[in-house]
Design a protein around this ligand. Sequence first.
Ligand SMILES: CC(C)(COP(=O)(O)OP(=O)(O)OC[C@H]1O[C@@H](n2cnc3c(N)ncnc32)[C@H](O)[C@@H]1OP(=O)(O)O)[C@@H](O)C(=O)NCCC(=O)NCCS
Length: 189
Amino acid sequence: MNSTKEKCVGDTETELFNPNVLERLSLSPIEGLLLRPLQSGDYDRGFLQLLSELSEVGNISREQFLNRFHMMRSTGSYYIVVIEDINTGKIIATSTLVIEQKFIHNCALRGRLEDVVVNNEYRGKHLGKLIVKIILQLSRYLRCYKLSLDCKDRLIPFYESLGFKREPTNANFLNMRFPTETTAEQSHL
Ligand SMILES: CC(C)(COP(=O)(O)OP(=O)(O)OC[C@H]1O[C@@H](n2cnc3c(N)ncnc32)[C@H](O)[C@@H]1OP(=O)(O)O)[C@@H](O)C(=O)NCCC(=O)NCCS
């Protein structure tokens, strides 16, 4: 059996990143909710269903989920934070900080805020703001020189209310989309 298969079969619950990092941010506890790193067992706690409220996820098997989880974990650059409703055991909010290592700015680190989503039934309770603020604090703690995001036009006020700014002469975001055959799994990443 290869090592990837061993990780998928009988996978003991693992955290994506060291939870001490969140403890060091001195976050206030919220009754009934648990704020923590993504765990390998979150496949069964509705994590992918939550993401499907943000974008198309596809039909991901447990093995695919665990393979991707362990690949992300091994890089040390992915900080996926989740909020679990302790009563239901379901993941109800998430956001991601990806750390990009640079040569510029004296080998600086740049943060990217990704995949912010709050379960539809929990929206409007400031959990969205909370889960983004945690990424802001994490980025500062990890000494990123900046944190960037892209979002739908209608969400600009949401992010501006959290301190993000459209910088004059530097507020463009361009995409080039590729056919799905060239996505990560097929390109040997
Ligand atoms: C965007 C999203 C994360 C906000 O979560 P939420 O928990 O409802 O947001 P909050 O309750 O923390 O709202 C904070 C503030 O932002 C405002 N806000 C929330 N959603 C907004 C939206 N879609 N557009 C504009 N303002 C919004 C709220 O009115 C609130 O304002 P207030 O502080 O004056 O009361 C949530 O609507 C969501 O998951 N949407 C689907 C996925 C998505 O689009 N994610 C963003 C990808 S970039």
